[in-house]
Design a protein around this ligand. Structure first.
Ligand code: CA
Length: 649
């Protein structure tokens, strides 16, 4: 090769790499901008919100056993279209959602042949993307299945971004080797570039990019057709999708995804903008569709459960009967009977309790161990949910005695085989008219819309920790100010809170001590969204708690028509509003040492309206007052540390 030809070739090659294809598209309101590129053969994307960088160039692509779709890719075209979908969902933060977005299907070729699509959706507050992998034909051989070994899908943050994250646990650790079960503590406003306890972070993951400019990363549409994933730090400000860990599920099952072609992978979601966008997003539900029809109109609502105060020994016939009476006195729809009922009450007596409950208008939820062979959790009933024959027999029995729902606990991680178990439990339960709550489990990923009988998941350090340790009680308000921005904004959260006992003990005099006020208990009944709630109230609260608190807990709804962020900062305080019918519930919680004093605007309530305000004094003594809303539709609030405010129109 002479020098001149070499130079020409080098120039041509350079030009080829310089001639990267870039496509740009925006949200309907133009505020969110996405740019996709195939520079150097490696697909990437970046995201701006109102011209501020939310994500800088971040990698795309996936590696499979039928091709490496992370490099040597050329973008040929992006097909743009508009998506306009109005849907009703009674069990999320908003009952009617009008989802409007720009869709871009970006086609990528490899060696001149169709390889993958990256499908983007850009709404006014969210970016989402997923991949479409095509079948392959080589001569007469068609490849119709493949294994996805990993995703390149990444999120590269600007400098000075800080993080609000909880670590993903190592597998087969914690109580009875049940981890990971999304029960770790958050670090807030932490530096970028860490990797949790070495295994990344549980979704959803919140990042602060600039002043009131935030990014929430999560995923949705995950079912038995794929594995669930986590967020791994690669280096510096680059994070990427991580598949499950080898040891999950007692080492059984693979860490990758086995798919039939053509296939569309789960959506990676990126909610951007001010905190209002983070709190109000509906992206987990916007991108999925129901997988089957509801076998009946499911009844959500409130209930009580003895276990949170009384623990295992309370799981006996007499105490459950007393809780049925208590639920009836509260006007609640259910009682949740927790672990060990099969041994300590027995199946015939459960049938008797179900019949008794029916006379009082109270249905039963029954606890089950999900095992199986994925961890050492010993609590029974066990071996009823992991096998489809036995599970369906069990559910037929439940239906015969009128059981309302189940709470299935102690799952084995995020591998595809475990996702199939979640899906199979839900689908079978629907056949028998049973609602499903998951505990010791993964994050729900769009399941409120995908599975009509799905009620809620734990996937949080829930109220049990308030019973187990004083530290959790001391940090209760701190955690409450995180959930509306992180865990609870992407899915129903079965927290089991709103205790009015002073102590987490049946005598209400011993054990861990509640630090939060009674008004706080009321506020979190609104703050923590789940269409099915089992509150940590106890029968003694009918006489030892303030009448105004009990009356509020009798009437508070569990389904919402609208949710609005008013003010707050993750880990410090939160003020938000939820509407049920024409009634607004404005609630605030303060975790900061000094009393929070604010003038808030509530333009959704007309001037001169009569407001009912539940508020705390500096000693956390609650009281109720009636106030007329002023002309400016503003109100002054004062919330002491560990206290709250609740305002009703
Ligand atoms: Ca738990």
């Amino acid at each position: 090769m002479n020098f001149k030809f070499f130079a020409l070739c080098a120039f041509a090659c350079l030009s080829a790499s310089l001639s990267a294809t870039e496509k740009e598209f925006t949200s309907p309101d133009g505020k969110v901008k996405v740019v996709v590129s195939d520079e150097s053969g490696k697909p990437s994307y970046k995201v701006d919100y109102e011209n501020v960088q939310m994500l800088v160039a971040s990698p795309l692509g996936l590696s499979t056993n039928i091709g490496d779709y992370t490099q040597n890719l050329k973008m040929t075209d992006c097909e743009l279209s508009d998506v306009n979908d109005t849907y009703q969902l009674r069990n999320i933060k908003q009952s009617t959602v009008n989802y409007q977005a720009r869709q871009a299907i970006c086609h990528f070729e490899q060696d001149g042949k169709k390889a993958i699509d990256v499908i983007f959706r850009v709404s006014n507050r969210d970016v989402a993307f997923c991949y479409k992998i095509y079948e392959k034909r080589v001569r007469n051989n068609q490849t119709l299945v493949c294994v996805v070994n990993g995703e390149e899908s990444g999120f590269q943050f600007p400098q000075n971004t800080t993080t609000f994250l909880c670590p993903q646990s190592r597998p087969m650790g914690g109580f009875a080797r049940t981890s990971p079960s999304y029960e770790t503590s958050y670090t807030v406003d932490d530096a970028i570039g860490k990797n949790g306890w070495g295994e990344g972070y549980s979704f959803p993951c919140l990042f602060k990019v600039a002043d009131d400019r935030w990014v929430l990363i999560s995923e949705t549409g995950v079912d038995g057709n794929y594995c669930a994933s986590r967020l791994l730090n690669v280096n510096g400000a680059l994070y990427k999708i991580g598949f499950p860990q080898e040891g999950e599920c007692n080492g059984f099952g693979t860490t990758n995804a086995s798919v039939h072609l053509p296939c569309q992978t789960p959506w990676r979601t990126i909610t951007v903008g001010p905190l209002a966008n983070i709190v109000e997003t509906t992206v987990p539900f916007d991108l999925v569709k129901p997988k089957y029809e509801a076998s009946q109109e499911y009844i959500y609502g409130k209930g009580s459960w003895s276990w949170i105060i009384g623990m295992d020994s309370s799981c006996n016939f007499d105490e459950q009967k007393r809780y049925i009476d208590f639920s009836a006195a509260m006007g609640y729809q259910t009682v949740l009977i927790d672990a060990l009922w099969d041994v300590q009450i027995g199946r015939d007596k459960i049938a008797e309790l179900a019949a008794y409950g029916k006379t009082k208008g109270v249905g039963l939820f029954l606890w089950y161990n999900s095992n199986g062979s994925w961890n050492d959790a010993p609590q029974s009933p066990i071996g009823k949910m992991d096998n489809n024959l036995i599970r369906r027999q069990e559910m037929a029995w439940m239906k015969s005695i009128g059981i309302r729902g189940i709470k299935v606990d102690f799952f084995g991680g995020d591998k595809q085989n475990m996702m199939q178990l979640y899906e199979n439990i839900l689908a079978d339960a629907n056949d028998f008219g049973i609602l499903v709550i998951f505990h010791g489990c993964t994050l729900p990923r769009g399941w409120e819309r995908m599975f009509p009988n799905y009620a809620a998941s734990e996937a949080v350090l829930a109220s049990e920790n308030l019973h187990f340790g004083q530290g959790a009680c001391d940090n209760e308000a701190f955690n409450a100010t995180l959930h509306p921005f992180i865990r609870n904004t992407v899915g129903s959260m079965d927290f089991g809170g709103s205790a009015l006992n002073k102590f987490y003990n049946a005598d209400n005099q011993h054990g861990t001590q509640r630090r939060t006020s009674d008004v706080y208990a009321l506020a979190t009944a609104v703050l923590f969204q789940s269409a099915v709630q089992h509150f940590a109230l106890a029968p003694n609260n009918l006489t030892d708690a303030p009448a105004w608190a009990i009356n509020f807990m009798k009437s508070v709804p569990t389904t919402w028509d609208e949710t609005r962020f008013i003010d707050g900062y993750p880990g410090k305080y939160i003020i938000m509003a939820r509407r049920h019918g024409s009634q607004w519930f404005i609630v605030g919680v303060n975790a900061e040492k000094q009393t929070l004093k604010k003038t808030i605007s509530i333009p959704m309530i007309p001037a001169a309206a009569q407001l009912k305000i539940y508020a705390d004094d500096e000693q956390l003594n609650g009281s109720v007052n009636n106030v007329k809303l002023n002309k400016k539709q503003q109100i002054e609030i004062s919330i002491p540390n560990n206290g709250a405010v609740v305002i009703l129109n």
